[in-house]
Design a protein around this ligand. Sequence first.
Ligand code: 2AL
Length: 243
Amino acid sequence: MRIRVINPNTTASMTATIAHAARAVAGPGTVVEAVNPEHGPVSIESHYDEALAVPGLLAEIARGEQEGVSAYVVACFGDPGLEAARERARGPVVGIAEAGMHAASFLGRGFSVVTTLSRTTGRAWDLARSYGFGERCRGVHSCEIPVLALETDPQARAVITEHCRRALEEDGSDAVVLGCAGMADLCASITNALGSPVVDGVAAATVFAESLVRLGLSTGKRGEFAPPPPKPFTGVLAPWGLG
Ligand code: 2AL
């Protein structure tokens, strides 16, 4: 099967980190194709970034549909465009916040999220509530490291590890969910440092997407997630028009 892991920001080095994390957990016979859009924000850390990342994400879904991709992962913790992607794709689409929170729900009674900037915590709370984890999510913590600084800040690993340690203690949580795809390469070392479960949503979403394909399951297409009604789009968005 072919799983396309889409980093909705345009930073190729981050896509490489995401690819590595996804391939490390994919089963034999699964091909992980990690891609990022050509057009869009270099990182996603505001509602504005999220909104403008979605056209690029949907272009990658459209390309995947032409190429026979089996399932998709939306590899940004705001799960931008997840519902729209589900309308467009035949196969299952899994977001990393959704996957990370579901995985954490199997690991104890409560979990904490540790993310990048405080301005993204509202979105993480909204997602936790909309996925049904309003009570299981005990805290959303930010370490004030911008997304792209995860790749360059020599203190990033230590700072995030400390925030995870504090989150577990303060919230009385059983597990931590890492709140950015760019943290995927830190998961193993934070797990070792804390001795508690630490969930990378990229790995979790890849395995869940793979499992859904193996189970022969995909998005229900009877109503809300049916293909969008065909209509022309105008201006720079004309290529996104359907039918
Ligand atoms: C993210 C993420 O996963 N990718 C990105 O560009 N921004 N999430 C975040 N909370 O900053």
